[in-house]
Design a protein around this ligand. Structure first.
Ligand SMILES: C[S@@+](CC[C@H](N)C(=O)[O-])C[C@H]1O[C@@H](n2cnc3c(N)ncnc32)[C@H](O)[C@@H]1O
Length: 230
């Protein structure tokens, strides 16, 4: 993901301007969450809070959870400016304080693949939901993690290690590769029902001709987005 305009708050672009989020991730997250008006929604690992703000704009009652000082500070500053009623809680998902009533929906976007010991975080997301509540998470697609640079170099995707678990160094920190089955089997073990497994591709018309390899997004999915129900 790119965070060129606001490197200080890397971990989420300032207001959803990031190309991949805007075209590939956010529309699917919003569709899977459905109508959030009047709904209590947890943004788990909210970063600088840009998606919390999008949800609040759509009428949700949002709680954002984020462990890092710099992100929470930025998110709270924006809340002071905008007065959307988003509550930001500084916490690790694996050690959540009491957040009050159960949530109608939990969204966890681009977070789980950034956590080495991710299972407690996913468990906390599901535990925060009311029965029948919706859990939506997005990760970098484990089969196509280095899509843009690989496509740029080879004009196709190449992968050597899929089944192992390993670290991936990226521009904004370390991510952790694990196969798709790890995420889906954990979800099943938590008693969730899969609603949709989305692998969004880019419309040809949206390809940026100035970005070499960008057409790779048309043919292969760089993100895996899952909608489930508790
Ligand atoms: C790539 S950013 C995504 C942020 C935001 N969800 C977005 O889409 O812009 C990953 C975020 O996960 C947060 N994070 C990492 N480990 C976490 C944990 N154990 N509990 C909660 N958040 C965590 C990081 O601080 C960071 O803000």
């Amino acid at each position: 993901m790119e965070h060129r305009d606001h490197p200080r708050v890397a971990g989420g672009d300032r207001d959803g301007r990031d190309f991949a989020k805007r075209h590939l991730v956010n529309p699917v997250l919003l569709r899977l969450l459905g109508d959030v008006r009047g709904r209590r929604v947890l943004d788990a690992g909210c970063g600088n809070g840009y998606f919390s703000r999008m949800l609040a704009q759509r009428g949700a009652h949002v709680v954002g959870v984020e462990p890092t000082d710099v992100m929470v500070t930025f998110a709270r500053e924006r809340e002071t400016e905008l007065g959307q009623g988003v509550a930001y809680v500084q916490a690790d998902l694996a050690r959540l304080p009491d957040l009050g009533d159960p949530f109608d929906a939990v969204v966890c976007s681009m977070v789980l693949m950034a956590i080495p010991d991710w299972r407690p975080a996913m468990r906390a997301c599901v535990a925060a939901l009311r029965p029948g509540g919706v859990f939506v998470f997005a990760v970098v697609h484990p089969a196509f993690e280095r899509l843009l640079p690989t496509w740029r170099e080879h004009g196709e995707y190449r992968v050597r290690r899929y089944l192992d678990e390993y670290e991936i160094d990226g521009p904004t920190g370390t991510d952790f590769h694990r196969p798709i089955s790890a995420y889906l089997n954990e979800l099943a073990s938590l008693g969730c029902h899969l609603r949709e497994f989305a692998e969004p591709g880019l419309d040809l018309a949206a390809v940026d001709p100035e970005t070499p390899g960008h057409d790779g997004y048309v043919h292969l999915p760089n993100f895996l987005i899952v909608g489930a129900e508790r």
